[in-house]
Write a protein that binds this ligand. Structure first.
Ligand code: PMP
Length: 290
């Protein structure tokens, strides 16, 4: 496996960064997770735009232009002969002093890993996932906007650990008002009486690329889409529920906090959206050979 590291492609074993890198010491950096489908990097421009926004929010200067990042991402796939895969693009503040002060940091570290991913077994796409809400709340936007896809994922990792300790694969995270924010790595949707609902971004959700794609697909199906504050109760009494994310794609959710959703099986609209999403990813992106 060849890893992109600061302009070069190096073997996995040689892909090393400084222990003084503030990405390691403090989680000071930003990242994106991107999919490659059939030789096409899915929504690459949208991912690079979000990366730029995350970097701007944490006052991190981008060391490369969007076009340079795009080319490096495509080249990482080519170097590894991938036609399908998962790409992790990371920009850190770079090596610096041991203190928090980022002034002495640099140059930024740019890492691109192009590999494979299977977040959940196929069986769960057919039978659905069970999720549980956890005590750890999604971090408040006044502390660190959840819209920033930073390397600081401890908040979500703690929630994930709490869910796993009680036997669940994914955690439902609430914001400090007790509203639904998102899952640890996925956005949340419900369907009730034919209307599709998802929490607004200011509830503490990431501006998910898959979220936006699914909202567009649903509108194309003639489904009304509403961004609205949701409570756990709204999820419990929903007809259908599903999660969206780059790695998870669209996955049905059939139980929330021990309450079965609908008839306890993946919903028909959810199934339709999964099919449409899987179809759409084949054509909506940047071709490696383009
Ligand atoms: N929320 C969080 C916290 C995430 O890490 C992710 C995955 N990037 C998502 C939502 C889903 O976003 P996307 O569809 O862009 O992958």
């Amino acid at each position: 496996m060849k890893i992109y590291l600061n302009g070069d492609f190096v073997e996995k074993e040689d892909a090393k960064i400084s222990v003084f890198d503030h990405g390691l010491l403090y989680g000071d950096g930003v990242f994106e997770g991107i999919r490659l489908y059939d030789g096409c990097v899915y929504k690459l421009d949208e991912h690079l735009e979000r990366l730029e926004h995350s970097a701007k929010a944490i006052l991190l200067d981008m060391p490369m232009s969007r076009a340079e990042f795009a080319e490096a991402v495509c080249e990482a796939c080519r170097q590894n002969n991938l036609k399908n895969g998962y790409i992790r693009l990371i920009v850190t503040r770079g090596p610096g002093h041991l203190g928090l002060n980022p002034d002495g940091c640099g140059p930024q570290s740019v890492i691109i890993i192009a590999d494979n991913i299977q977040l959940y077994p196929e069986e769960l796409y057919e039978n659905g996932l069970k999720i549980i809400s956890v005590p750890t709340r999604r971090i408040n936007a006044s502390a660190l906007p959840p819209a920033v896809k930073s390397l600081n994922y401890l908040n979500n990792i703690l929630a994930k650990i709490e869910a796993k300790r009680v036997g669940f694969l994914e955690a439902l995270m609430l914001n400090d008002k007790g509203e639904i924010a998102e899952c640890t790595g996925d956005n949340v949707f419900i369907i009730r009486k034919g209307v599709l609902y998802t929490p607004p971004l200011d509830a503490g959700s990431l501006r998910g690329i898959t979220r936006a794609a699914v909202m567009e697909l649903a509108e194309g199906m003639g489904i009304q889409v509403k961004e609205q504050a949701l409570t756990r109760y709204d999820l419990w009494i929903s007809d259908e529920c599903f999660l969206t994310g780059t790695a998870a794609e669209v996955i049905p959710c059939v139980e929330v906090d021990h309450r079965p959703i609908g008839n306890g099986k993946p919903g028909t609209l959810t199934q339709k959206l999964i099919d449409l999403f899987r179809e759409s990813v084949k054509s909506d992106g940047t071709r490696l050979d383009g």
